[in-house]
Design a protein around this ligand. Structure first.
Ligand code: ARG
Length: 466
């Protein structure tokens, strides 16, 4: 064995205790909970004094010390120590440096188990609020662009094959609905999680006469968690954040995928803004949709983060187990990733140039108004839809064989397939009349889109979200 002094080897020169410290410490990531940790400690301290569990004098020096620690951390002058494991012990140790013995009274009627659950909940609650704002900003961008393009046509696809013409505004508003459901999920989960674990102590509650209502209220929780075992071992709030985030990231990924496809030379439906594309180091003509591709890729991370925490939790008996310390990194990663992806997509949607001429030209491919033709046969000639479908198929084949579009067939040609067809049929073969006819509720007609834009503003932008 060359190098290390033990069979654990190489890089852990200090032996088992150093390995233990490295695997055990969470300060590398849970320092992000410092503001929540200090706020929760302040609430706990005030409650202890009010309940007569600690003296007013001790409470005052604890509160002053905690405020000073917050300043030190924010000024970057605080020294985080890995040997002190986590944010809770780092703060408490510094408090002892600052105020001496009274610091030791803060941890009365509390455990790191209820402390970390409280801190983490406060952080996740803020993350939900940030997520809602980010989703709303994207909705705003989508709605604004949808209004401008309420009547511009493009091919609608199923199986990525030309299906029926739709309006661009309608297409964009589909994403407004998706993000609206994401916001609804965030709102539901935030309401459900808003109960305070503080005072559950290690797992069983405490013999001190604490006031959990008071600390809950002070931290903006609706009430204390009802069961102390559940309070310290519940991570549903993190799982609900992650599942909401995974679904939202999936939506962003689908939108990103459309930007990738639409920006290709073959489609040419959009020109991505310079700010969200890059050039190639070798092919001068290229303009790569990197930001969209990365949004698409990063959805994978967020989905992975949800999986990671589900797997951490699935084997844990009540109550706290140290496994739960591993809840934070996936959550932080997912929140950071999603915030970034939302900002990128919002920027992209705001600045993208839609090539509406190119979109309209593309509707000339693929006999896109064939359904309108079939509907005309049903409406005007009274054919059963199945028969109309058959007749239309024959006409499409005729046009295809000749390499022309449906509206380039002559009336005589059409009448060889279905004698009842009249000149009037040609009026439904244009894409503008096709989309204008789709006036059923939720349909793609420009007038519907204009109404849907107004409705979306009311539902999502003017305080009626959810
Ligand atoms: N750093 C720990 C965590 O994040 C704090 C709770 C420690 N509790 C314990 N009983 N060791 O989970």
């Amino acid at each position: 064995m060359s190098g290390g002094s033990t069979i654990w080897g190489g890089r852990f020169g200090g032996g088992p205790s150093e390995i233990m410290e490295e695997i055990n410490a969470s300060i590398g990531f849970d320092r992000r909970l410092y503001a929540q940790d200090i706020a929760a400690s302040m609430a706990h301290c005030r409650m202890l004094a009010r309940a007569g569990i600690i003296s007013e004098a001790d409470a005052k020096s604890i509160l002053d010390g905690l405020a000073k620690i917050r300043d030190e951390i924010e000024a970057g002058s605080f020294t985080f120590r890995r040997d002190l494991e986590d944010i809770h012990m780092n703060v408490e140790s510094r408090l002892t440096d600052l105020i001496g013995e009274a610091a030791g009274r803060l941890h009365t009627a509390r455990s790191r188990n209820d402390q970390v659950a409280t801190d983490f909940k406060l952080w996740v609650r803020d993350a939900f609020d940030r997520l809602d704002l980010g989703l709303q900003a994207l909705q705003q961008a989508l709605i604004d662009r949808a209004e401008t393009h309420a009547a511009d046509v493009l091919p609608g696809f199923t199986h990525l094959q030309s299906a029926q013409p739709v309006t661009l505004g309608h297409h964009l508003l589909a994403y407004v609905e998706m993000t609206g459901r994401d916001r609804g999920r965030a709102k539901d989960a935030r309401a459900r999680m808003n109960e305070s674990p503080l005072g559950a102590a290690a797992l069983a509650g405490t013999s001190f006469p604490i006031d959990r209502e008071m600390t809950a209220r002070e931290m903006g929780f609706d009430r204390p968690c009802a069961n102390s075992l559940d309070a310290v071992s519940d991570r549903d709030f993190a799982l609900e954040y992650l599942s909401t985030a995974a679904i939202a990231a999936t939506h962003l990924s689908r939108l990103a995928e459309e930007m990738v496809i639409w920006s290709s030379a073959q489609f040419g439906f959009v020109k991505l803004p310079d700010s969200f594309s890059t050039g190639s180091s070798i092919m001068p003509q290229k303009r790569n949709p990197d930001a969209a591709e990365l949004v698409r890729a990063k959805a994978g991370r967020v989905i992975g983060d949800l999986n990671a925490l589900l797997i951490v939790m699935k084997g844990l008996p009540l109550a706290y187990s140290k496994d739960m310390q591993d809840d934070k990194e996936p959550l932080f990663e997912a929140a950071d990733t999603l915030d970034l992806c939302l900002a990128a997509m919002t920027g992209m949607i705001t600045d993208v140039t839609f090539d509406t001429d190119r979109m309209r030209a593309s509707t000339a491919l693929g006999f896109i108004t064939a359904t309108d033709l079939a509907d005309w046969l049903v409406r005007v000639l009274g054919l059963p839809f199945r028969q109309a479908h058959h007749v239309t198929g024959a006409l499409v084949k005729m046009a295809e064989d000749r390499g022309i579009d449906l509206d380039q067939l002559s009336l005589q040609d059409m009448q060889t397939v279905e004698p009842g067809i009249t000149e009037d049929l040609f009026s439904v073969l244009g894409v503008a009349s096709s989309v204008a006819s789709r006036t059923s509720f939720g349909g793609t007609a420009p007038d519907n889109v204009r109404a849907a834009v107004a409705e979306a503003r009311r539902r999502f932008l003017h305080g009626e979200a959810g």
